[in-house]
Ligand binder design. Structure first.
Ligand code: PHE
Length: 347
């Protein structure tokens, strides 16, 4: 055999006509496997080169034929692939003019809205937000706050006990001792929001569970004037630009002096109305200068350091700010209350 060209051309033409007839990617792939794969009918012809007289001419004829088959096959395969892609692009196109699905948007419980507002106000004054445990020990909830066992103040803050020493915290003041322990004698400026639990009758304004935000500042030269200015700024941001703050003498075992804090009525601006029960003032929180014993127990020298603390009820602030009449509404998950509240906020 010397006419290698016509020998290979014959097979080549056969394969080319098969390619010509093929009408799908699958058929082309089948042809490719049958003739051009390693053991394919065309590929194996190369082994005959051993018997060829003119190996160079044989190789050339083989390569030329194979290149032509390959090129034709790839071209057709690519055409099919392109057609398939165009088809699926057409099918999968999205009609952006169709109306979309409507989702019902949830509404935030007012409690969380006000909690965030209070946090923002204090963060704006340079406070950091901390958290503390809801189940805590007698040591942090009472003893380190100058309320030893058998102290009468424990009566008002009776709560649920897990065992002899673990209990549901009755106020967020418990975080004061935790934070002081962590700060190891360094200055402190924090607020801590969280749940509290207390022996309280459940009525329109009281609940056995409610939430407070505790504030604590400890540094050199902190005084009662700083506390008043801070709370006045808070009241002005939260209630009314012209809010004023009034301190009334009070008692907490962990502060000395202790104060009950009133704000001027944001409804009548001091004239007297039902919101302020005719007095022009509304009681809003408890506060005071950190008691020297509390500082000492947590490793601060009261001769060098002083501080103030305050505790404000989140539900109470929300009720005053938005005229909610019953604290229990916060916990009942009644969508009508939340919707009604949202209308009030938008007004
Ligand atoms: N812990 C007090 C309460 O729950 C509030 C308070 C906090 C008072 C900080 C003084 C200082 O009633």
């Amino acid at each position: 055999m010397t006419d290698y060209k016509s020998f290979f051309d014959e097979i080549k033409n056969k394969v080319l006509s098969l390619i010509e007839e093929a009408s799908s990617i699958e058929e082309i792939t089948e042809i490719k496997n049958k003739y051009l794969s390693k053991k394919g009918e065309f590929s194996v012809l190369m082994s005959k080169i051993r018997e060829a007289e003119d190996k160079k001419a044989f190789g050339e004829a083989f390569n030329n034929a194979r290149n032509e088959i390959e090129a034709t096959l790839e071209a057709k395969l690519n055409r099919f692939k392109e057609e398939k892609l165009n088809e699926s692009l057409k099918k999968e196109s999205v009609d952006i003019t169709l109306p979309g699905n409507n989702y019902k948007k949830g509404i935030e419980n007012p409690f969380y809205k006000v909690k965030k507002e209070i946090e923002d106000i204090f963060v704006g004054m340079g406070y950091t937000v901390e958290t503390g445990p809801e189940i805590d020990s007698d040591k942090y909830v009472f003893e380190l706050l100058n309320i030893p066992k058998d102290h009468p103040a424990r009566d008002m803050q009776d709560t649920l006990y897990i065992d002899d020493t673990l209990l549901l915290r009755s106020h967020t003041s418990s975080v004061q001792a935790h934070i002081m322990e962590k700060a190891k004698g360094k200055p402190i400026k924090i607020i801590c929001p969280g749940k509290t639990f207390r022996r309280d009758d459940d009525d329109m304004t009281h609940s056995h569970q409610f939430a407070q935000i505790e504030g604590l500042v400890i540094d050199k030269n902190i005084n009662l004037g700083n506390l008043k200015a801070t709370l006045e700024l808070f009241a002005q941001k939260m209630f009314s630009k012209d809010s004023k703050v009034r301190f009334r003498s009070s008692y907490f075992p962990f502060t000395e002096p202790s104060v009950e804090v009133d704000i001027s009525c944001f409804n009548c601006h001091g004239k007297g109305c039902p919101t302020c029960k005719g007095t022009g003032w509304i009681e809003i929180l408890g506060a005071g200068m950190v008691h020297p014993n509390v500082l000492k127990m947590s490793g601060y020298d009261p001769e060098i350091y002083s501080g103030y603390a305050f505790g404000v009820g989140i539900e109470r602030v929300t009720m005053l700010r938005y005229g909610v009449d019953d604290i229990r509404k916060f916990y009942q998950s009644d969508i009508r209350f939340i919707e009604e509240f949202n209308k009030k906020v938008e007004e």
